[in-house]
Ligand binder design. Structure first.
Ligand SMILES: Cc1cc2nc3c(=O)[nH]c(=O)nc-3n(C[C@H](O)[C@H](O)[C@H](O)COP(=O)(O)O)c2cc1C
Length: 212
């Protein structure tokens, strides 16, 4: 019998690690089964505090976030939902919070291109995702959105670039998913072997320090 209970699904989604890692890293996963339960404002504040303390090249902190919630800013929430492409809209619009991340493309100092801006937006976003996991919340990133539409919808200047949308919320309504999405949600999480990405000496030679 495939799992449908929350505890069983969460157990199924736990990272199957060879080496021990922090609990929140192990539990973080991109659920499709969001509950419509609103996220407490205090918890949202904690997530952005976590983002704020991410490292960044030259401490430029090139990240910005457009925060929308179904209850506090329904029009903005709808605008962002409308930017989502394909299946993403189906599952993401159950989540009570949708966020657009944005990168500032040039350094303040000297005006040179900041090649690490998107990387650093990712660092801040991952800080949020891990803090969210510690608060029993889930974050699911969505590259499948129309960046030009998002730029227009929120008047994002040319100096900045929409990077990703992400949904935040509690784990919940598995039964509301389509059969295809239920199937995807039930799958365990897969990762490449260490030998395929930890090298030593020369490119492609697996490091003996981190065996599979
Ligand atoms: C930058 C980025 C973009 C993503 N875009 C999408 C997306 O458009 N739709 C989607 O369903 N999942 C998206 N994901 C989620 C990935 O599919 C997911 O992280 C990956 O399958 C690993 O699963 P896990 O996060 O549960 O470990 C995205 C993840 C990242 C980091």
């Amino acid at each position: 019998m495939p799992p449908t209970r929350r505890e069983d699904l969460e157990a199924q989604k736990l990272a199957d690690t060879k080496y021990p890692i922090e609990d929140a890293l192990r539990r973080r996963c991109s659920t499709l089964a969001f509950s419509e339960q609103p996220v407490e404002v205090e918890k949202l504040q904690q997530l952005f505090e976590a983002a704020r303390w991410a490292p960044s090249s030259y401490n430029e902190q090139p990240w910005s976030f457009v925060l929308t919630t179904r209850t506090e800013s329904p029009l903005d929430y709808e605008k962002l939902t409308n930017c989502l492409i394909g299946h993403n809209r189906e599952w993401a619009q159950r989540a009570p919070v949708l966020v657009l991340s944005v990168a500032k493309r040039h350094f303040d100092r000297g005006g040179k291109v900041n090649h690490y801006s998107i990387h650093d937006v990712g660092m801040a976003t991952q800080n949020m995702a891990i803090q969210a996991t510690a608060l029993d919340l889930f974050v699911h990133l969505i590259a499948g959105f129309d960046a030009a539409q998002a730029r227009q919808a929120f008047a994002i200047p040319e100096t900045h670039e929409p990077v990703c949308v992400f949904a935040i919320g509690y784990f919940g309504d598995f039964e509301t998913l389509t059969p295809e999405m239920q199937e995807r949600e039930r799958q365990s999480r897969k990762r490449r072997a260490f030998r395929d990405f930890v090298f030593a000496g020369e490119w492609g030679r697996p490091s003996e320090l981190v065996p599979d």
